[in-house]
Ligand binder design. Structure first.
Ligand code: GDP
Length: 301
């Protein structure tokens, strides 16, 4: 909870402290109160649709419990948020029942894909697992080197080819190397250019096929990495990728750097995809498994 709490400072200031201020200032729950609450939630990037739904549910609950005093609203709001965030999905990573686990990372450039791979490699390594990285972004200048920097930092090898080579060939090499070395977890970077969406999706499909041919149960996760500082933009990226690329879960990065932490709520409400991990800083340790209760408690703590 402490990690979440520190990471969510900006969101807490922009969102929870304003709600608290509203409660103290207005005292009574009336139309003006709800209007201001909606404004605050939209400002924290919870998203208009989700805000309207959430506030409707709050109204119903307030009526049901015959609440008049605004001070009594906060626990109801946190309850509703936990409910909304929880969903049915399991936030833990799906791992191979036996043998190698393959995790694919997708998402546009700059969202924090490489950093997340580095952080996760560190986590698995700390757990005593053998980890290998695959430099599947052969398109962006510097992507391979950047992954290597993380590899060195964490102490895991990177399988790569020259820039511009076929990413599916890199994946083939990586899977072979992983098999030979008895690797437990293979973490695969992919290209994130969006200019040419169709090509990117074809490229991802080809990567999928190569991996699946070599490891039939793989990929065990396809994690879409989203930059939470981009707010509603992250939501549109999720919709765009989610439909086509077999995404199984989301990673929300840079939550520490944004007051728009409400985007987590919008994404959970509007998409049928679990948030699996959140990035709360630039360091190796700044990656947390998502936990809805911890998240909400950290906000309101
Ligand atoms: P990629 O292009 O998707 O591989 O993005 P990078 O991994 O290179 O990350 C882009 C920038 O975001 C880098 O400066 C990272 O240090 C930074 N970054 C990534 N994740 C986080 C995070 O959780 N919090 C913060 N504050 N910065 C992050």
């Amino acid at each position: 909870t402490t990690v979440f709490k520190e990471g969510l400072t900006k969101t807490r200031t922009a969102f929870v402290e304003r709600v608290e201020d509203l409660i103290v200032r207005r005292k009574k729950i009336d139309e003006a109160f709800y209007e201001e609450l909606e404004e605050i939630l939209i400002g924290a990037d919870v998203g208009v649709n989700t805000v309207l739904e959430l506030v409707d549910e709050l109204r119903a609950e307030v009526r049901k419990r015959k609440i008049e005093d605004a001070a009594e609203l906060q626990p109801v709001l946190s309850e509703k948020l936990v409910e909304l965030l929880r969903g049915d999905e399991d936030p833990s990573l799906n791992m191979a029942a036996s043998g190698m686990t393959v995790i694919l990372f997708v998402g546009v450039n700059g969202v924090g894909k490489t950093t997340t791979i580095g952080k996760l490699a560190h986590r698995f390594k700390t757990e005593g697992k053998r980890v290998l990285l695959a430099a599947g972004d052969t398109f962006r200048a510097g992507a391979i080197e950047q992954l290597e920097v993380w590899g060195q930092r964490v102490g895991v090898d990177v399988i790569k080819q020259q820039a511009g080579s076929d990413p599916a060939a890199v994946m083939y090499d990586a899977v072979q190397a992983a098999k030979q070395r008895g690797v437990d977890v293979l973490l695969c970077d992919t290209a994130g250019r969006l200019q040419n969406k169709t090509n990117l999706m074809e490229e991802l499909n080809k990567i999928f096929r190569v991996i699946q041919r070599e490891v039939p149960s793989a990929p065990h996760e396809v994690l879409l990495v989203l930059d939470s500082t981009t707010g509603q933009n992250a939501l549109s990226q999720a919709k765009l990728f989610g439909e086509k690329s077999g995404v199984t879960g989301l990673v929300l990065t840079k939550l520490d750097g944004t007051a728009k932490g409400g985007i987590v709520i919008a994404i959970r409400n509007e998409l049928n995809l679990p948030v699996k991990l959140v990035g709360l800083g630039e360091k190796m340790e700044d990656l947390q498994q998502f936990d809805s209760e911890q998240f909400v408690h950290a906000l309101f703590a």
